[in-house]
Design a protein around this ligand. Sequence first.
Ligand code: SAM
Ligand code: SF4
Length: 339
Amino acid sequence: MPTLTPVRTGGALVDSFGRVATDLRVSLTDRCNLRCTYCMPAEGLSWLPQPELLTDEELVRLVRVAVSLGVTQVRLTGGEPLIRRGIVELVAQFAALDPRPQLALTTNGLGLDKLAAPLAAAGLDRVNVSLDTVDRAAFTALTRRDRLDDVVKGLAAAADAGLTPVKVNAVAMRGINVDSAPELLQWCLERGYELRFIEQMPLDAQHEWDRAAMVTQAELLERLSSRFALTPTAAQGRGSAPAQTWLVDGGPAVVGVIASVSAPFCGACDRVRLTADGQLRSCLFARTEDDLRTTMRAGASDEQLGAQMVRLMAAKKAGHGIDDPTFLQPDRPMSAIGG
Ligand code: SAM
Ligand code: SF4
């Protein structure tokens, strides 16, 4: 657990430890067109009912209020954000906010071949594409869909559209992509994509996560070092950036690891999350959330919505506590929170 000293809160999204939330993750939907085994069961989940989802207008309003409270980066996620109808127009509306936030997207890449150029034209700045393996059989087993080619096309379109640096996210999993981690890195290097491995977190809907079986940053680095010379970059202190990065064979290419479990970065966290049904969460692992949708639909003013955001963030806990014996997995899975 990080050691943080309580401080007095101010008017922005500041918590009692002095951390300021500037990075808003917005889930556009809890639905998805893949079924990654570490995320959801084969049959999917019981999706949020349509009337509970924020409309485009409501989404833009809440993001505008958050921006007025100091949010400078908005990352669209899900579920799979690209399956939300009207995503290009939404991005254009976020890009028209003043001050304009940086706009990023986390996607599984399906449909990105067609959407990358319009999204870039609408104002999207960056993209992270999730791709855990480039072995077709392993990809199909892991995602339960034979769609590797579509992800590969999506990645190429993102690079062509200038959504650079194109980042590839891979959740490290024993028996799936750890032995082949050097091949995945080589594949990304050849295409100019920046690979970041993610330690698997207890956020699966099936509650099957096992700390003892989890692949740690240390194990990954050992595996990658069998083929590449890795040198820590200057960003090793990493601030609020979750990935620690290493130069590959002297650089300039880098590889990152997001060690949320074995080396948590809660002490420098600058994130806040808005779910597709309008709940604000101060942490992926929060056990509570704040219902902005109901407040908004009851006729609240922007000031009242802002005050509710400020109150929730002020109560943000010091850390996620995954390694504490008392840790409890949140009720919502990752796909319903927004990763
Ligand atoms: N569907 C999109 C995608 O896969 O990129 C966006 C949502 S997904 C929940 C966001 C990110 O969370 C992905 O990179 C995914 O691999 C990662 N993720 C999902 N479940 C995870 C888990 N249990 N531990 C760590 N990362 C996870
Ligand atoms: Fe869908 Fe992303 Fe979850 Fe995979 S990780 S099932 S792509 S939401």
